[in-house]
Design a protein around this ligand. Structure first.
Ligand code: BYC
Length: 322
């Protein structure tokens, strides 16, 4: 990316752009947009794509150990969906005039972030259920909002992706329900997974509103339609009744229902843990990046073959046109 300071935006164009947003119009790739809007979208969309790709690793860890053929088929399909989501969002990001190579390079060199949640280990089969239930559940809450974002290609990608995430969430919740109604050992295993994933899932929504440097600008440009804290609260309100329905508890002594606001109020989040994880010091950050770098290196021959094929096709087309 260029290190030079962006020139000041044309105030007339900026005013037109903002009035289009205020009228609820979507912005399309060929439309004029402020450079900062483009940069914010590249940051957010590429982080989202990277999260889908890195997100395959914790679950991929259990494909060979799924407890039945049916569970294995479902998990394989889910992980493949995530690869599809990643590629789809990379394509959407490319409409903002940035190359896939540049985006992937930012991930592999540690310049770009990906969701904090994927830096935790999957220790038991119950983790797969809880990821579907909590992590995909949190993603749905966030992405349902993003399906109405102001940038057209991102909004359209979210509509399709949310449909698949709904299936992911249901399969996760069903795994948890079966385990919770199973033997005492199975019940203990799923409760332990819930205990480990609860707080990191709340952190997925990002820092509290007061500590979120990007929120104000993203809200003004209607990229985000709701704040991190509002979405986090919605997730808690949706999830606690689901936990109660299958006799599981979340590890929060401060949790209580406020009948007046109709919110499940929750205790304080340990933001120092979140900061450590996004700074690269979570339990699995190094392992995740090493796995992605290895996959990228192992795939070099595919990229080379595709380039050689494209060059051959171009030469053929040129010689038949001559
Ligand atoms: N993890 O100003 P803020 C999935 C960073 S994958 C890491 O509030 P913003 C799935 C943030 O980037 C789900 N970093 O930022 C896949 C910023 O740093 P930079 C992924 C985080 O953008 C497989 C700084 O903290 N979803 O669905 O206003 C299996 C300050 O934050 C996190 C998306 O990516 C985090 N959790 O809001 C299952 C959705 N939170 O960039 C499921 C798209 C914050 O300035 N992204 N940071 O260096 C978003 O909606 C928003 O970008 C966020 C953060 C809510 C994540």
């Amino acid at each position: 990316m260029s290190m030079t300071t962006a020139p000041a935006e044309d105030p007339t164009k900026l005013a037109e752009f903002e009035s289009r947003l205020n009228a609820g119009e979507t912005i399309e790739p060929k439309d004029w947009m402020p450079e900062k809007y483009r940069k914010q979208l590249i940051r957010m969309m590429s982080q989202h794509a990277h999260s889908e790709i890195v997100g395959m690793l914790p679950e991929g860890n259990w494909i060979t150990r799924a407890p039945s053929l049916r569970r294995k088929m479902v998990l394989l399909a889910k992980v493949q969906d995530e690869a599809g989501h990643g590629l789809y969002i990379y394509c959407g990001t490319e409409t903002l005039n940035v190359s896939r190579e540049e985006l992937v390079d930012q991930l592999l060199t540690g310049k770009a972030k990906y969701s904090s949640i994927f830096n935790y280990p999957t220790l038991t089969w119950a983790d797969i259920g809880v990821i579907g239930w909590f992590v995909d559940g949190a993603a749905i809450v966030n992405q349902t909002m993003l399906a109405k974002t102001s940038y057209g290609p991102y909004a359209r990608a979210m509509i399709r992706i949310c449909k698949e995430e709904n299936f992911h969430k249901r399969q996760g919740y069903e795994i948890c329900s079966v385990l919770s109604n199973g033997t005492p050992a199975q019940k203990a295993m799923v409760q332990d997974a819930v205990n480990r994933w609860w707080w990191p899932s709340l952190m997925m929504f990002g820092p509290s509103d007061a500590a979120s440097p990007n929120s104000a600008e993203l809200m003004r440009w209607r990229v985000k339609k709701e704040t991190n804290d509002a979405l986090r609260q919605r997730f808690v309100n949706l999830t606690i009744p689901q936990a109660l329905a299958i006799n599981l508890t979340v590890p929060d002594p401060g949790l209580r229902y406020d009948a007046e606001t109709e919110n499940w109020e929750f205790g304080a989040i340990d933001w120092s843990e979140f900061q450590q994880v996004i700074a690269g010091n979570g339990p699995c950050n190094r392992e995740r990046l090493a796995a992605r770098r290895k996959a990228h290196d192992d795939g070099a021959w595919v990229r080379e073959a595709a380039e050689a094929h494209a060059a051959r096709q171009a030469a053929k087309a040129q010689s038949s046109a001559a």
